[in-house]
Ligand binder design. Sequence first.
Ligand code: GAL
Length: 697
Amino acid sequence: MRSAPHRPVGPDYTGWLPGVDDLCYGGDYNPEQWPEEVWEQDVTLMREAGVNLVSVGIFSWALLEPREGELDLGWLDRLLDLLHGHGIKVDLGTPTASPPAWFFHTYPDARVVTRDGTVLGFGSRGMASPSHPAYREAAVRITTALAERYGDHPAVVLWHVHNEYGAPVSEDYSPASATAFRRWLRERHGSLDALNAAWGTRFWGQVYGEWEHVGVPAAAPSIVNPAQRLDFARFTDDALLACFVAERDAIRAHSDRPVTTNFMAAACPATDLWKWGREVDIVSNDHYLTAADPRNQVGLALAADLTRSVAGGKPWMLLEHSTSGVNWQERNVAKRPGEMARNALSHLGRGADAIMFFQWRASRSGAEKFHSAMLPHAGTSSRVWREVVELGETLRGVREVRGARVHADVAILWDQESFWAQDLEWRPSVDARHRERVDAFYDRLWRDGLTTDFAHPEQDLSPYRLVVAPASYLLTADAAANLTRYVESGGTLLVSFFSAVVDEHDAVHPGGFLGPLRRALGVAVEEFLPLRAGETLGVRFEAAPGTDGAGRVDTPGTGAVVRGDVWADDLALEGADVVGRFVGGPADGAPAVTRHRLGAGTGWYVSTRLDVDALATLLAPVYDDAGLAPSGLATDVEVVRRHADDAQYVVALNHSDAEQKVPDLPDGTVDLVSGDRVVGAATIPPAGFRVLRSPAR
Ligand code: GAL
């Protein structure tokens, strides 16, 4: 079984950033884009806004090493000293996400090649081939130079390696990548026979007789072997991670400050964050709202909960979000008054002890000039600036929250390998999308006010009352055994359709679909029955058996008929009770939702796609089994709690335009920002927030 998700291999930085006894507030600071006179004004305004940490140098390679091997660090010396003089700490970047022009000129074969053979050029930003020896060497060289020079600089409290590994490109089909892929395959599979077996190469006559004949899964006449593509996704992730580890170790040779790299939890398909979380000293994340989604606070919460889970529950850092609109979506919607603070506090409530932005001062030139900033083009007379200053004050007011932990009774399974596999071509239905199911179940839990962790299917699940598997297409035998044990020992497991279909080689499980979960769920899938586009069916909920097994009792939702679409299964019962039956569709009258008692727990299976409203009907009896209940708060109210030994902190956000209430607060509750006592219920102003301290429960 996997150990705790977050286990840094270096020094244990549970004590937060060295010498920092505060929540962190600030952003990416790119002063090299401005004349040095502006820097003085920057630091003065940073003090005014309450900024205490900035990320520096992330895209500065071309300035730091203008010609190969020639360093120019003078400007960075001056900058770090200036920041230090004003008491502003530094998260120092390694600039390896954007190699200089000379690099690509000297090493043209280190350019990334896309799947269709396009060689990516210079003039933007982005990775060189992560597997090219010249890139690795140059990256470690500039990182070492920075670590030697600034490893014990008093301003530097954190190292920021690279930027968002996996973006804007991750997979590389260059010759350097092909060589590295073969090396990786030899290590993973040991022999060509093992590789041929794992990839099922007898199908379509793909059997390999020589290692040299094995290639990257570039574009081919028809779809490429899915197991090969899955291995290539794993290899790509490992290649990126190896780049991080090489830089991290180069830093550690000269500096005892913690090392992070900014993740894009839930937004970067290339990285398996469970692995990455074990390699960083402090987990950090970037998050940007999806402007097109009017309820994008839910996606934000999902990303924050995933980041906290990757951090093993430890406090983490939000290294980037935006003060208002971004510049790279189709319609870059500006944040409305109060929205930035609610976004920041949702991250805080979900475990972030640093609230940072991209970026400090808006850029006049280049690709991101229309991106919002802490100091916008409109300057300090703007609403955004006033809200930035206010947020700084708020964070000072709530600083005692730092270090407090979030507790969750529910976990959603998240396994990047399964998502990689499910995303490949020629699946039973293009409408069965893993992310859509994760989002829908998460949204239901969010609306029900149940704080949710994410968990790897092989990790210890015993802390959770309820585990939801919305999209576990690839489920290893070990993971299935783990889930079965979880049920037997009293857990409630809810599995959604198209789960436990294949093993780690994308080969269908012996025993058929759902094979290794049949014991836990008491049901088998005989055949998938995907629906046509737009086709719907009904699910009628029936009375479920009493929990003591005697007689049938009315469970919540009995008699309700809800609508499903996308999918149905032809199910064979193997001990489970039928809780819902199809009305119409290809399996009319047959089981749609089942419930199975195993040992001390219960395994539920749902074989169609229910939307977030219909999920309420499904989840009512599931919550019953798990001993959970929805919070009963208004849908637009978000409440999250952090727990310390002697206090619990309640972060309450009102996403509506009407005043809302958080009831039933214990005696002794205090508003951390105003200092006022709160008796019974707290009102939250329209579009506003409250951060409260209550006695520990
Ligand atoms: C992030 C990136 C930043 C900036 C930002 C804009 O993905 O790390 O450098 O480009 O997006 O939203």
